[in-house]
Write a protein that binds this ligand. Structure first.
Ligand SMILES: Cc1cc2nc3c(=O)[nH]c(=O)nc-3n(C[C@H](O)[C@H](O)[C@H](O)COP(=O)(O)OP(=O)(O)OC[C@H]3O[C@@H](n4cnc5c(N)ncnc54)[C@H](O)[C@@H]3O)c2cc1C
Length: 538
């Protein structure tokens, strides 16, 4: 049986901390939220690893925004809607697209150095974009540069306190309101943080797959904690697979940015055939779902574990200037990107589903806001358009910061601890090999919940995950690997269940047994069942 809280705590045994606004996660969404909160309110940002560790810091390609005189907001809106496979919310898409230039200008004001050409911002193109509109930095290390600037800004802001190595276990709720979080800190143990308002910005869940572009922090903790707290989650079947992940033994699945295809790279199969022009008129620049699915089909047809990226026909100097990071990593495996064919295959990249939020970032729980990859905001639909996610983090981060601050300012100054406690009888018999179960889960997700799915595979995945849940979720762990496994299992279960329900193919969700899109039945979200009916509360 799963429990409402991962760990046991009580008001007398656990230390307390009181804060105006708690932000969970120090990626682009969390820090952007913190920077929006006025000086009169104290903000605590907690993150489970070093402050620099987030998906945001690994972003390569850039941030989309209409900045060129040849481009129009309407183009960016249409491109986003088209990629999203009929599930985007037009009002949200319009809001995000129209705010993009201001958000990018704020980043510049705060010290981000985007790449320039002839004294203007250099703009590139990625799959699904009809125009050049992606700003980038340090060639292909946009996330690193943006996060450098934004972390520096947050560190210099007097009302913001940043805590690394602080693992959020669960959201505290009382009378259907979120009132803070229970966290664990090294050397200190559990701590109850009581907050007037809480902003969840804990990122995605790529680590639920063995092959992923995501760093180890992306274990879906915030989604799982919100689910346990009773928040609505939706669209969990929609995991985007990045088409081009380096496939070399020992390479830890390094992402080869879409911008490489934006600059003209080709995809070829093992026989050297360029296959994308036969599949989509946009060829290599078709949206990610189309390209990833075409690659998987080609791998099956040619009975080969990967296909290849070919940049050998492009200007050598341009390739080396635009992609210094990719060049360096490939060189370390003896590959020259200006000459050699680069072996690639799709890997789990971006979670479109998550905690349901409205245009301001409210979740379905009072006092809890959410922004960034942890959410389902209606921007991405069934398939995220490249370079729209850092942008979503900025727009919704700022909205959450504004909204949470406005509410917090109306509440009484002093907070008191509430009589909350978590008590259960954990199953403690026998030791568990947490790493072994984690590896089995991640391999099973690749096998049965990958780019192509069918009922038989999904049901097998469900049986496996249900079996592991029975004895893993009933326990109480005292360290990060155990908590992360509990969260990964919770998320995997929701993903598989949603994928089974959606009996059609749409966006990144490709069912070989329901290969057509079925708007009459499925042009809607799959909302996860509440925890009470799915995992009974202890
Ligand atoms: C390799 C790669 C390249 C990408 N390239 C691009 C790109 O070019 N353009 C683009 O728009 N998008 C890109 N993306 C996607 C984009 O980076 C993410 O969607 C975005 O950064 C998410 O931001 P976020 O703030 O929501 O989450 P994150 O940046 O992942 O931040 C989440 C934060 O929450 C913390 N956290 C997680 N769990 C806990 C917990 N239990 N307790 C406390 N803290 C916790 C993490 O440590 C982290 O600080 C890329 C992603 C990857 C992996």
């Amino acid at each position: 049986m799963a429990h409402r809280y991962l760990v046991q705590f009580g008001p007398k045994q656990t230390p307390h901390l009181f804060i105006d606004i708690l932000v969970i996660g120090a990626g682009i969404a969390g820090l952007r939220a913190a920077l929006e909160i006025p000086q009169g309110l104290d903000v605590l940002v907690v993150t489970k690893d070093k402050i620099q560790q987030s998906n945001s810091a690994y972003a390569q390609g850039g941030i989309a925004g209409v900045l060129s005189p040849e481009d129009r907001f309407e183009n960016h809106i249409e491109d986003t809607l088209r990629a999203g496979g009929g599930l985007c919310h037009r009002d949200i898409v319009e809001k995000v697209v129209r705010e993009a230039p201001d958000q990018i200008n704020d980043l510049i004001r705060w010290g981000t150095h985007f790449d320039e050409e002839d004294g203007h911002l250099a703009l590139t193109r990625e799959g699904g974009h009809s125009h050049r509109r992606i700003v980038h930095a340090l060639g292909d290390a946009t996330g690193y540069e943006v996060m450098r600037a934004i972390i520096e800004r947050a560190a210099q802001t007097p009302n913001i306190t940043l805590w690394g190595d602080t693992f959020t276990l669960d959201l505290l709720t009382h009378e259907d309101r979120c009132v803070g979080a229970v966290v664990s800190r090294p050397g200190q143990g559990l701590l109850l943080i009581w907050a007037k308002q809480t902003i969840l910005a804990s990122g995605g869940a790529g680590m639920v797959y063995r092959e992923t572009t995501n760093p180890p922090v992306a274990t879906g903790d915030g989604m799982a904690a919100a689910y346990r707290a009773g928040a609505e989650l939706r669209d969990m079947e929609f995991m985007q697979f990045h088409p081009t992940v380096l496939y070399v033994a020992g390479s830890s699945r390094f992402l080869i940015s879409e911008a490489v295809r934006g600059e003209g790279a080709y995809l070829r199969d093992r026989h050297g055939k360029r296959f994308m022009p036969d599949i989509d008129p946009r060829a290599e620049l078709a949206p990610r779902d189309v390209v990833a699915q075409a690659i998987v089909r080609r791998m099956e047809e040619t009975r080969h574990p990967n296909v290849y990226l070919d940049l050998s026909h492009l200007d050598k100097a341009l390739v080396q200037r635009r992609f210094p990071g990719i060049d360096k990593v490939c060189k370390s495996f003896g590959l020259d990107i200006t000459r050699d064919q680069i072996p690639i295959r799709p890997g789990a990249h971006y979670m479109m589903g998550g905690v349901t939020v409205d245009a301001e970032g409210h979740t379905t729980i009072a006092g809890l806001w959410a922004a960034g990859e942890v959410t389902s905001s209606g921007l991405h639909g069934a398939n995220r358009l490249a370079s729209n996610s850092l942008l979503e983090g900025l727009v919704f981060g700022a909205a959450c910061g504004r909204g949470a601050a406005a509410v917090a300012a109306t509440l009484p100054d002093s907070l008191t601890a509430l009589p909350l406690q978590s008590r259960f009888a954990p199953e403690t018999e026998g030791t568990l090999d947490v790493a072994d179960i984690t590896n089995s889960l991640r391999s099973g997700m690749v096998r049965h919940m990958g780019v192509m799915r069918d009922r038989a595979g999904l049901e097998q995945a469900q049986r496996d995950v249900d079996f592991w849940c029975r004895y893993v979720l009933a326990r109480e762990f005292h360290d990060r690997p155990g908590w992360e496994l509990q969260n990964l299992l919770t998320i995997a279960r929701l993903m598989i269940q949603s994928a089974l329900l959606r009996e059609e193919s749409r966006g990144v969700h490709l069912r070989s047994d329901y290969s057509q899109r079925d708007d009459a039945t499925w042009q809607r979200h799959v909302v996860c069942p509440a925890m009470t009916s799915h995992f009974p509360l202890a």
